[in-house]
Design a protein around this ligand. Structure first.
Ligand code: ADP
Length: 401
């Protein structure tokens, strides 16, 4: 399904009719089953146009071609001046928005084994887009990059160093584009320097991760070498005793592909409740479904464990923020994650949490009680906007952040 929303209404003409320093960046965000795109005016920090293709039906390059054809029809004064692509895994190499050329693409391709479901479709889309829009610079931003600041004790696994080195085993962390966006959004809202804040950012989408952001730097995060570690997710198990995998290998005779399928696609909320749709799980739990009641309890319990751990790591927290599908929309999950945290200075305002609605005009809302030492926020994830702003600033354009 192709949905197009013309957001030109919010696009403002330049000051005094002069040349307006517009940096129009086209952000392309390719998932395994959908492509999101937005043309962003990075000076206003606004979308000029957006197109989503929800069902790519296994032919991602065709979906990208179709979508780019719409952007190619724009007049030159409206056309993209740069394109930015989201790449999930940047490995050890990529820590900043990076301009793409053949040699950078070859290096990204070498990381495919680290994110086999995510990096190859992104590369396919990049190749199409470079062919379709050859005259503008193309950039990549990486989900792992924000976590390049993890201290060694949070980055390493307690395995022998020769094994870690030989197989490149370490924690990377993901959802960095959005965790960084959350940190900068709450700092801007609080009119505080991000360097003075200790933020716990809970990204709760289908994939989910919590990040501890101390002074603007990621100091710990719940996803690890791959996006399998940490929280209970839509279809991923999150933390399990590695001994369970040994048991399944030895007693259940599951091979690596079967374990991969089990942990990535058949576990998490789906494994517990039969569906990964949190709305549906909430409805069934309300009607007394025991599996759904347990699924919500485990989901919340795991998030609270990480919130407590990260507050301990940072010596407290100034902000707890909830973002992505569940974090933005589920008052129940936000409430249950924020309860009984008075010991660390959290006072929840149940009524403002229940009434909270985010939109593109209101992308952030507070739901702590007056006098709470810790600010509670829901923040709208906007990866395309964050990607475009990062690109504009890499190109040296004075972008609004
Ligand atoms: P993705 O990681 O695929 O981008 P999203 O950030 O869109 O995912 O989050 C998807 C999740 O958000 C799903 O579990 C969905 O059920 C949940 N969600 C969306 N709207 C609501 C809502 N109103 N209440 C509870 N959960 C919601």
């Amino acid at each position: 399904m192709l949905t197009s929303v013309d957001l030109n209404a919010v696009y403002k003409p330049g000051p005094e009719g002069g040349i307006f320093p517009v940096m129009r960046v086209l952000a392309l965000n390719c998932g395994s089953s959908s492509v999101k795109s937005a043309l962003i005016d990075t000076v206003q920090g606004r979308r000029m146009q957006e197109i989503h293709v929800d069902e790519v039906g296994g032919d991602l390059p065709a979906a990208v071609d179709k979508l780019l054809a719409s952007y190619r029809k724009l007049a030159s004064s409206q056309a993209p001046e740069a394109v930015v692509h989201r790449v999930v895994h940047g490995g050890e190499t990529f820590r900043d928005p990076t301009r793409l050329d053949d040699s950078v693409l070859a290096q990204i391709e070498q990381l495919n084994h680290l994110a086999p479901l995510h990096n190859p479709p992104a590369l396919a889309a990049i190749n199409r887009a470079r062919a379709d829009l050859p005259d503008v610079p193309h950039f990549a931003v990486f989900d792992t990059a924000f976590h390049a600041t993890l201290p060694d004790y949070a980055r390493e696994y307690a395995l022998p160093s020769d094994i870690r080195q030989r197989f490149g085993i370490r924690r990377f962390g993901f959802h960095g584009i959005n965790h960084a966006h959350v940190a900068h959004s709450v700092a801007a809202y609080l009119r505080a320097d991000v360097q003075t804040l200790r933020i716990i950012s809970c990204h709760l989408g289908n994939g989910a991760s919590v990040t501890a952001i101390d002074g603007g730097r990621s100091v710990d995060t719940s996803m690890g070498m791959t996006p399998l570690e940490g929280l209970v997710m839509g279809t991923r198990a999150g933390d399990v005793d590695p001994g369970v995998l040994l048991q399944l290998r030895r007693e259940g005779h599951l091979d690596a592909d079967q374990l991969d399928d089990l942990l990535n696609k058949r576990s998490g909320l789906k494994g517990l409740a039969g569906t990964n749709d949190v709305r549906e799980i909430e409805r069934r739990a309300n009607a007394g479904d025991e599996g759904c009641i347990l699924a919500i309890a485990m989901y919340v319990h795991r998030i609270r464990k990480y919130i407590g751990a990260y507050a301990a790591e940072m010596g407290g927290a100034d902000v707890i923020a909830f973002t992505a599908g569940v974090g933005e929309h589920s008052a129940l999950i936000r409430r249950r994650c924020s309860e009984r945290l008075e010991f660390m200075g959290v006072a929840l305002d149940v009524a403002s949490n229940d009434a909270l609605k985010l939109s593109s005009d209101h992308p952030l809302a507070a739901f702590n009680a007056a006098g709470s030492r810790v600010h509670l926020f829901a923040v709208r994830a906007d990866e395309e906007l964050s990607m475009a702003l990062a690109t504009a600033s890499a190109l040296g354009v004075n972008a609004k952040s």
